[in-house]
Design a protein around this ligand. Sequence first.
Ligand SMILES: [Zn+2]
Length: 182
Amino acid sequence: MPVLPIVRLGHPSLRTPAQPLPPALLARPEIQGLIDSMVETMRDARGVGLAAPQVGEELQIFVYQAAGPPEIPLRVVVNPLVTPQAREVAYDWEGCLSIPDLRGLVPRHPRVRVQGLDREGHPLDYVVMGFEARIVQHEYDHLNGVVFLDRMRDFKTLAYFDEWEQYLGGRSPQDLDDTAVG
Ligand SMILES: [Zn+2]
């Protein structure tokens, strides 16, 4: 499946609420092909998540996967509803494949419930925590025209990658997979 171009901030797809996918269309080759291409594109870009609007498709589909640790197996989520399971928030670093090179501290709920459909149309209903909950909220935001910059509470933590690594993140390159980039 082809790797797709990832659209960047300024592209209208990133600011347009995505449409639900009629479940009857899920089995269509063009939709299954789009999902395969999204997975390939995410892996090629070394991201841990990708939402359909990031490849210019305004549909409610996102994919995610992380090599870890903690390893997060590949998930495909269609027509999701993501609900916080706790009032508190936790801060951690995020980046976005559609906002290349920037990192910032973003508050997210540490535990969320995910409901939706998998790529075969089977219902999904599960609870995720920590890093996986962060990825899910980042990708879910993309389906609502929201990017991580909108969630930041203090732009003083916004930094280019090299400067972040040198001055803010304090992490070695092999630990960079810990940063949610979707
Ligand atoms: Zn993103």
